[in-house]
Ligand binder design. Structure first.
Ligand code: TRP
Ligand code: SF4
Length: 329
């Protein structure tokens, strides 16, 4: 069975974008692959080195969300990155063979360095994609479900694998391929990409009231439609994009038909959307809260995941050490 690996940063609550863009894909892939899903707490440290108290609760929250969304810990190995220290060793070894110019040209590097509110001027942040390459290659993953923004990191991962093979005359790693989620990009309330950074998200732990409030009071719609009697244009309306993602065919058809004739008001339209989103989120929310009420259970799952992940990681590292003529462990 081929392996799949992916990681998600434990940076605060997960939102609809994480669900539709990543986690639902993880759940599907566990059917046909040997799956490893990692909570990338070391990666989170690149921006949260001064907020470390947030990490442990966030690890549990991601674990609870994984389970609530349908990841099965019997099938999928769920683990925390920092508990498998072999990733750090492989990261160090890869850092020796990765030219500085490769990491400096990563597009997200300069962009984030300039635009992020966090201080990303560290050595560790520059090495972020090398750590990610270690995460993937240590499990010899064939497939990596990620968003488009991660494609360059995957390209770099393949380049590091090739360079390793070339330098040490081995064929240790398969070249991992991205699995892109069907072009769904969940917008935020304001129409930009849904992101914790922009504070424009609907979170999986939002209550039905909070979802209703966000949909009816905060979500941007067709701004040219001022009065209820003005015709609207669903194709340019952010609310309609959400309907396409979350509403039934009937609702979608009705809004598409009625909005341009001013047959439905924006408030009603948004209320219908809130109902559709709530129908999707509320069962998850209840399960997440339930899991979070039993942290020992979550910690057991992570402990088990850690030991399975380490076995695989240690086996790969033994090969790597041998290829690099380092003493055995
Ligand atoms: N960089 C990824 C993100 O921000 C998270 C991540 C860390 C990851 N390690 C990984 C994703 C390995 C895929 C594979 O989304
Ligand atoms: Fe957008 Fe709905 Fe208002 Fe039409 S009715 S403009 S789709 S919010």
């Amino acid at each position: 069975m081929q392996r799949v690996l992916s990681g998600i940063q434990p940076s605060g609550s997960l939102h609809l974008g994480n669900l539709v863009g990543a986690i639902e894909n993880f759940v599907k892939l566990q059917e046909s692959y040997e799956a490893f899903y990692m909570i990338a707490d070391w990666h989170a440290l690149t921006s949260k080195f001064d907020k470390v108290e947030e990490l442990a609760p966030a690890n549990l929250e991601v674990t609870a969300t994984f389970l609530a969304a349908g990841l099965d810990p019997q099938r999928s190995t769920l683990f925390v990155q920092s508990q498998v220290k072999e990733h750090a060793e492989l990261h160090l070894l890869f850092s020796m063979i990765t030219p500085l110019s490769w990491v400096e040209r990563v597009p997200t590097y300069k962009e984030k360095l300039q635009n992020s509110a966090a201080d990303l001027g560290s050595y560790g942040f520059l090495g972020y994609p090398i750590l990610q390459a270690a995460d993937i290659l240590i499990y010899k993953a064939a497939k990596v479900p990620v968003g488009e923004d991660q494609l360059f990191h995957l390209e770099l991962t393949r380049e590091i694998a090739r360079r390793f093979h070339f330098l040490y005359n081995v064929e240790t790693f398969p070249e991992p391929q991205a699995v892109l989620t069907k072009a769904v990009r969940v917008p935020g309330l304001d129409g930009r990409k849904m992101s914790k950074t922009y504070d424009n998200g609907i979170y999986l732990r939002d209550t039905p009231d909070q979802i209703l409030h966000k949909c009816t009071r905060q979500m941007l719609s067709d701004t040219a439609r001022v009065r209820k009697t003005d015709p609207g244009n669903p194709e340019i309306c952010n609310v309609f994009t959400f309907h396409k993602l979350f509403s039934s065919e009937e609702t979608l058809a009705e809004v598409a038909d009625q909005c341009p004739k001013a047959g439905i008001g924006c408030f009603d339209c948004k209320k219908r959307l809130a109902e559709a989103i709530t129908a999707r989120v509320e069962p998850l929310r209840v399960k997440i809260e339930d899991h979070l009420a039993h942290p020992d259970h979550l910690l057991d799952i992570l402990r088990e995941g850690r030991s399975r992940a380490r076995q695989t990681a240690q086996a790969t590292l033994a090969e790597v050490r041998q290829a690099m003529k380092l003493p055995a462990d």
